[in-house]
Write a protein that binds this ligand. Structure first.
Ligand SMILES: [Fe+2]
Ligand SMILES: [Fe+2]
Length: 337
């Protein structure tokens, strides 16, 4: 079956079992997962297939799932023994393999752990896990919702760890499945390791040549800013073991508005907290300089997600339909110290 056939077959399976509501949820998860796939450079076809399939076991009752698991000799977690519906993630995988003949390990794994995550989870596992939570389909908005959505645009690990920790800290799990406990420990050590790695990185002041290099590499310097009288500049970078991996150039006008002309993060360090580290340092210095507003722009929607996650408000959008040029403008009010 080709991709379109599989997608149609999945949708028809939900509908044939009168599960239109679950299909609607699966479609929402798909939209969220595709947003994350674009952000984290994952294969959209795999992500779409996993997202559509993740709750396909809804075609069976929890008791039928339990009986099938026993028949297949699957080893069961005590939480699955007690609450059979917790098996639905693993049974969805079984259906994906046997009914839809899928064998891609990334898809099967992501379907299998979409509720609990698991140890050594991959990017596809994390995307479907987060997308399932963000596509909340019950009444009201849960208290963890906004923070999870914000973190999802910053780091998959941070988002997964935040959500799982929240569940444990607020006793929201009926009975913790071993996989979620292991995922929590695993993510905790990943976060600690990243924290140590980030500690090795240091903020440095850029010299004139470094600023020029960065601006040249981006061709992003907007000369309109230099017509204003500048009251000070922030030209900082981040070094990792002596290598410059990120840089930023910003100047403050007499109106106390800090214009950010350039933000650069080395491709190998993106979505790892480096950009956020740079922006936070800039905000700290801007407040020390007496700036009351930061103004920046970005040319991509990924950049837009990133700045929104850091509390910047989109105030304008410019688009040239002829050459496809697009630019978003952001502002953030800051309190001078
Ligand atoms: Fe589910
Ligand atoms: Fe779901």
């Amino acid at each position: 079956m080709d991709t379109a056939d599989i997608t149609a077959a999945i949708r028809n399976t939900y509908l044939a079992h009168s599960k239109a509501k679950t299909l609607e949820h699966a479609e929402q998860v798909t939209q969220t997962a595709l947003w994350l796939a674009d952000l984290y450079h994952l294969d959209p076809v795999k992500v779409k297939t996993a997202a559509l399939l993740h709750d396909i076991s809804v075609i069976m009752t929890p008791l039928e799932m339990y009986e099938l698991a026993q028949k297949r000799g699957m080893s069961l977690d005590p939480a699955e023994e007690k609450y059979h519906f917790l098996l639905h993630q693993r049974i969805s995988r079984l259906i994906a393999e046997e009914q839809f003949h899928l064998s891609d390990p990334a898809i099967l794994s992501a379907v299998e752990c979409h509720t609990t995550l698991k140890k050594s989870a991959g990017a596809y596992d994390k995307v479907i896990f987060i997308a399932d939570k963000i596509s909340w389909d019950r009444e009201g908005v849960p208290p963890w919702y906004d923070e999870l959505k914000r973190l999802a645009a910053v780091s998959l690990d941070e988002a997964c760890y935040f959500y799982i920790r929240y569940q444990f800290d607020h006793n929201l799990l009926l009975m913790p499945h071993q996989w979620i406990a292991e995922a929590c420990e695993d993510l905790k050590s990943t976060m600690c390791r990243k924290h140590k790695e980030n500690k090795q990185m240091k903020i440095v002041n850029l010299n004139k040549e470094q600023v020029e290099d960065i601006e040249e590499s981006l061709s992003a310097f907007d000369e309109t800013y230099i017509t204003y009288k500048m009251e000070g500049c922030i030209q900082i970078g981040i070094e990792d073991n002596g290598k410059l991996i990120a840089g930023l150039d910003a100047c403050m006008t007499a109106f106390k508005i800090l214009y950010v002309s350039t933000v650069f993060v080395d491709a190998d360090y993106r979505r790892k907290g480096v950009g956020a580290m740079l922006i936070r340092e800039m905000e700290k210095r801007a407040a020390e300089m007496g700036a009351n507003t930061i103004r920046l722009d970005t040319f991509s929607w990924q950049g837009r997600e990133f700045y929104e996650a850091l509390g910047y408000e989109a105030v304008g959008h410019y688009e040239n339909t002829e050459d496809g040029y697009e630019e978003f403008f952001f502002l953030k009010r800051i309190k001078p110290c």
